[in-house]
Ligand binder design. Structure first.
Ligand code: FPP
Length: 234
């Protein structure tokens, strides 16, 4: 049985690997992109729930550096969904105090999509109810590599962990204390490698398109019952 939710012990930053869209579509006899489309609805529900439970930071792994290996049709379909999402949510996010930031290298994305991303980031930069990070063309190893190159180009001779942390795409965003991967797969898949050194991990079986507030609440209860020791003793 789930323990009572201790509201004081909620994560500050939830990062999500949204897995299972393809399997969801397949189970309905539909093409894969229908799963991604339903995945966007799950993104919206999760944003609403995080606002409700006052979680200040939320990150979605929207497109990985490895996702280019998928068919052009699937990749273009994901871009269309992200494009529509950014267009329809721009005003709504600003009004609800939702700040959008991105991590990853979007320079390989279609020009207009880069523009929509730049616009929503500029429009919401002063919002402070919830920061939603979209990881796009993101890979954990690519992130560490660009951070090291950034430091080298500054002429740094010796680096500290703090230097690396602040040079990562995530910059001053707090490290995720809770990483959720849906669909039952138990892998990190080159997500926030450096940043999740002490994250609590959670792998619910639900496929991402089915993820809703009830699943989030269950996840929060699991997190709140964990005993975080950071290598020490409690
Ligand atoms: C993994 O499921 C999902 C993806 C690779 C892409 C998910 C992207 C979106 C839902 C768009 C997100 C957009 C925003 C704005 C956050 P899969 O296709 O690997 O599923 P499978 O393992 O069942 O095949």
């Amino acid at each position: 049985m789930l323990r009572k939710l201790k509201l004081k012990n909620l994560p500050k930053h939830i990062a999500i690997i949204m897995d299972g869209n393809g399997r969801w579509a397949q189970s309905q006899g539909l093409p894969r992109n229908f799963g991604h489309k339903e995945g966007i609805s799950a993104v919206e529900r999760t944003i609403d729930a995080c606002l409700k439970y006052k979680i200040p930071y939320l990150t979605f792994f929207a497109f990985s550096t490895e996702n280019w290996k998928r068919s052009k049709q699937e990749v273009d379909g994901i871009f269309d969904l992200i494009r529509d999402f950014l267009k329809t949510k721009r005003l709504d996010f600003k009004e609800r105090g939702i700040k959008i930031v991105t991590i990853g290298d979007d320079s390989a994305f279609p020009q207009d999509l880069q523009g929509y991303l730049a616009n929503i980031k500029a429009d919401t930069e002063n919002c402070d109810n919830l920061t939603v990070t979209l990881a796009i063309n993101y890979g954990g190893r690519a992130d560490i590599t660009q951070a090291v190159n950034k430091l080298i180009s500054k002429g740094v001779k010796k680096v500290s962990e703090e230097d690396i942390l602040t040079s990562l795409y995530t910059g001053k965003t707090p490290e995720p204390d809770f990483v959720i991967r849906t669909s039952g797969e138990q892998r990190i898949s080159n997500f926030l490698l450096y940043q999740m050194a002490y994250s609590e991990l959670y792998f619910p079986k639900v496929l991402w398109p089915d993820f809703n507030e009830r699943h989030l609440l269950k996840a929060l209860k699991v997190f709140s019952s964990r005993n975080r020791r950071y290598g020490g003793i409690k």
